[in-house]
Design a protein around this ligand. Structure first.
Ligand code: HEC
Length: 168
């Protein structure tokens, strides 16, 4: 785990160094919820968007699934370090990122993204693939490029969506 995190750390640093000149963001927004890059723009490239949008989770967000998703978010997924304990995008590592992590408690986010688009990001990261959003610290987390299974990815993203449902 520690070894994994340090690899993650250096990759994040590298992407910051690469991303900063063209896309520097006002440091006043660092570490604060809501300092995100435009959430209305999908992070999925145009030629893969229709397929991503029509990909549905393999199970319903039952209380059991959401509880497992929360465990992954706070534990082995490491999402908490950037997205924060409450999913507001204000985790400890967020301060070091030029683009702020997603605030999942914003109910609007769920209206701009389908679960399938979120899964695409879990598999591919948000690395500037569309050319409309700069590369960010959101690296691939689902296998094969990430470290959690696809099933765990669905659980944790359903949990993230539930945070926006609660604040509606
Ligand atoms: C190193 C910091 C970091 C970690 C760790 C991290 N994220 Fe993120 N995440 C980000 C950032 C930064 C963004 C904003 C990316 C953007 O604006 O395109 C983001 C955005 C997202 C999005 C929204 C993508 C979209 O379409 O807008 C999802 C979903 C997501 N993260 C899920 C997760 C999950 C699940 C985990 C844990 C398994 C996780 N993240 C771990 C930094 C992180």
């Amino acid at each position: 785990m520690n070894q994994h995190l340090s690899i993650l750390g250096s990759t994040v640093l590298l992407s910051i160094i690469l991303a900063t000149p063209a896309w520097s963001v006002n440091p006043a927004g660092y570490g604060s919820a809501g300092g995100e890059f435009n959430i209305k723009i999908s992070r999925v490239p145009a030629n893969e968007l229709a397929k991503a949008k029509s990909t549905n989770p393999p199970f319903e967000p039952t209380p059991e699934i959401l509880a497992e998703g929360e465990k992954i978010f706070l534990g082995r997924g490491g999402c908490i370090s950037c997205h924060g304990a409450e999913g507001k995008g204000d985790g400890a590592a967020a301060k070091n990122l030029p683009i702020q992590p997603r605030n999942f408690t914003n109910p609007k986010f769920n209206t701009y993204r389908t679960p399938g688009e979120m899964m695409w990001v879990l598999k591919n990261g948000s690395m500037g693939q569309t050319g409309r959003v700069p590369g960010t610290g959101m690296l691939p987390v689902v296998q094969p490029n990430g470290f959690i299974s696809e099933e765990d990815g669905w659980k944790v993203l359903l949990y993230e969506r539930s945070l926006g449902e609660q604040t509606k």
